[in-house]
Write a protein that binds this ligand. Structure first.
Ligand code: SF4
Ligand code: SF4
Length: 119
């Protein structure tokens, strides 16, 4: 199809006036879709320390640590964000519903150590 300079200018002008398809992140806020798999959150109150999440994690990114006594168990969840592939397997595996995703995707850091977090 032959394009005249006038048609091309019109086409360019039309696109100049259109809202851009991209946003100037991080200056503009990202809109995260519902159910997006960002950083995991953990509810220690319902955790029974069964370790199903740890067993099923394909990236060995998660660990559950008993920081209480043998009788009075109290669990902490440790996550290595540098290893996590955000696959949701741990969320599916937890029968107590202790793990869920948040829309937090701003997880970058300057050191590998800083990516090892307690949830
Ligand atoms: S989302 Fe996947 S990779 Fe990340 S901790 Fe859960 S099971 Fe492991
Ligand atoms: S699967 Fe759920 S209940 Fe079991 S250790 Fe993991 S977070 Fe706790």
């Amino acid at each position: 199809m032959k394009r005249s300079p006038g048609r091309i200018a019109g086409f360019a002008l039309k696109h100049l006036l259109k809202k851009p398809a991209t946003i100037a992140y991080p200056a503009a806020k990202l809109e995260i879709e519902p159910h997006y798999r960002g950083k995991i959150q953990y509810n220690a109150d319902d955790c029974i320390g069964c370790n199903l999440c740890v067993r099923d994690c394909p990236a060995s990114a998660i660990s559950i640590v008993n920081v209480g006594t043998k009788e009075e168990k109290k669990f902490e969840c440790h996550l290595n964000l540098g290893h996590c592939i955000f696959c949701a397997q741990c969320v599916d595996s937890c029968r107590k519903g202790c793990l869920s995703f948040t829309p937090n995707i701003e997880l970058a850091d300057m050191s590998r150590e800083a990516l090892k977090v307690k949830l």
